[in-house]
Write a protein that binds this ligand. Sequence first.
Ligand code: FES
Length: 103
Amino acid sequence: MKVTWSLRDGSKKTADVASGTNMMEAAVANSITGVVGECGGNLSCATCHVVVDPEWASKTGEVGDFEDAMLDATEAERANTSRLSCQIIADDTLDGLKLIVPI
Ligand code: FES
């Protein structure tokens, strides 16, 4: 599946992501500036914060309770469709996913 990240500097980057990979891992593997993933996907850092393009928000699943609490501690201000990208797992239904990196 393909994922496109929109970066803070206005550029975009698209990459192929294998099913089962989380979007933090995919961003780090593709050197996406602004997605760090300091805790390795353990829901304890919030450095993997992304904003899901609104047209994709319903397809990326529900925000978990703990994720919800962590989203209040992101560096960039939380948006309506903010997610911790380590909690979004690639699968074929997300082919074409667009993510916005807020920092
Ligand atoms: S990588 Fe730390 S919360 Fe997602």
